[in-house]
Design a protein around this ligand. Structure first.
Ligand SMILES: NC(=O)c1ccc[n+]([C@@H]2O[C@H](COP(=O)([O-])OP(=O)(O)OC[C@H]3O[C@@H](n4cnc5c(N)ncnc54)[C@H](O)[C@@H]3O)[C@@H](O)[C@H]2O)c1
Length: 372
């Protein structure tokens, strides 16, 4: 399929809430860096966002009906940044309208809707890029190279950890179609399946730990799971566990841990904001600490998608990977209700990287007194 190669990629945004305050400044930064892209239209069901977008980003074209934005031939790429329940419907409509689409996580609420989106993306003239963009980070790639270069042997067991106290805005986060798994667990699930490949089975404890909250200044009853531990089975007795929730105030543990037959890798920081990794190799007998550098923006999918549109090459993160993560998340919540281990039926090909990659950063060594 041939893709049009617009000169400056013209971006329309649907959903001008909190996260648009990250993506739209990022677009401005990309422009300053010489990337040819511009924000041309915005949409939010809340009409008060019109003034905000006009003042902050100089965009006059505003609508409260996303269909109007999708019908605009002057929009090449649509950013879907609404609350989660709307993602599936808007993404389908945008792909049908022939647009390139970046959708925040999750791609959809149900497996049926997710499957329809994956099928549509195969025939649509537009590219589909689904958040989270964790596999684009330099730290993720460095770890991928270590794992696939055999530097810790065969990975046997792994952990992901991501949580916080939960948003004080957006009651939808705590209603069906929201929840900690879709909002937070999705990062670790995407990272671990990216590194280890498709999972075969999930079993989980998932439930509502804090039944009442104050959100947007109002008390509310929480209606979707805010606390989860899930176990993933990758086959051949290789397992991973993910701990996530709007139930965690602070922590100082790695976002991702991989334990192999010959060593260990621990990511430094969260998988959406990593700064490097620590590597243990039995043969080296010391911890090697690699600083890959902070500052990688988690909204980097926007740069990637714009570059893909301009180059006419599909994004590295596939809709199939996002669908696989969706199946794990939906079945985590189901497993939490039923107590059953559930098979994961979808599969995908994880992104691969040049084994040589970027030049290695120097290691800071920490010797293990028990080994010296
Ligand atoms: N806030 C963050 O830090 C953050 C970080 C990463 C990802 N995300 C993801 O970004 C998405 C949005 O989160 P948020 O925090 O910005 O939420 P938010 O509630 O602040 O913003 C959502 C916006 O979407 C608008 N909206 C809802 N339905 C719409 C529709 N049909 N058409 C047009 N506009 C519509 C709402 O009026 C609101 O302004 C979520 O998927 C979230 O998981 C958020």
């Amino acid at each position: 399929m041939t893709h049009p190669k617009p000169d400056a990629v013209r971006v329309g945004v649907v959903g001008c809430g909190s996260v648009s305050g990250v993506y739209l400044p990022r677009l401005q930064q990309l422009q300053i860096q010489g990337v040819r892209a511009e924000l041309v239209a915005a949409c939010d069901v809340d009409p008060s966002r019109r003034e905000v977008v006009r003042e902050r980003y100089g965009v006059a074209r505003f609508t409260t009906d996303y269909r109007e934005l999708l019908a605009d031939p002057a929009v090449d790429l649509v950013l879907v940044l609404t609350s989660m329940r709307e993602h599936g419907e808007i993404t389908r409509a945008a792909l049908t309208a022939g647009k390139h689409v970046l959708v925040e996580k999750p791609m959809a609420m149900t497996l049926e809707e997710g499957r329809a989106i994956v099928d549509l993306a195969k025939t649509s003239p537009g590219y589909l890029l689904c958040a989270p963009h964790v596999t684009l980070s330099p730290t993720y790639r460095a770890i991928w190279r270590r794992v696939h270069g055999g530097d810790i042997g065969r990975v046997l067991t792994a952990r992901g950890f991501y949580g916080w106290a939960g948003p004080s805005w957006g009651q939808w986060f705590y209603r069906p179609g929201g929840g900690a798994m879709f909002d937070l667990g999705v990062y670790n699930v995407t990272t671990l399946t990216g590194l280890l490949g498709p999972a075969k089975r999930v079993v989980a404890m998932s439930g509502i730990a804090i039944p009442e909250r104050i959100v947007d200044g109002e008390p509310m009853r929480v209606q979707t799971d805010d606390n989860a531990h899930l176990l993933l089975d990758f086959g051949d007795a290789v397992y991973a566990v993910v701990t996530t929730g709007f139930t965690i105030q602070r922590y100082r543990v790695p976002g991702i841990e991989l334990y192999g037959s010959d060593g260990t890798i621990q990511m430094i920081g969260e998988d959406w904001a990593p700064t490097g990794y620590e590597l243990w190799q039995n043969r080296a007998g010391c911890w090697q600490v690699y600083d890959v550098g902070g500052g990688w923006p988690w909204s980097d999918g926007l740069r990637h998608l714009i570059e893909c549109v301009q180059a006419g090459t599909p994004p590295i993160n596939t809709p199939e990977h996002a669908f696989h993560a969706l199946e794990i998340m939906v079945k985590t919540m189901e497993s939490g209700r039923t107590g059953q281990a559930l098979p994961i039926e979808s599969t995908f090909t994880p992104p691969r990287f040049d084994p040589e990659g970027e030049p290695a950063t120097a290691a800071h060594l920490i010797h293990d007194p028990s080994r010296t």
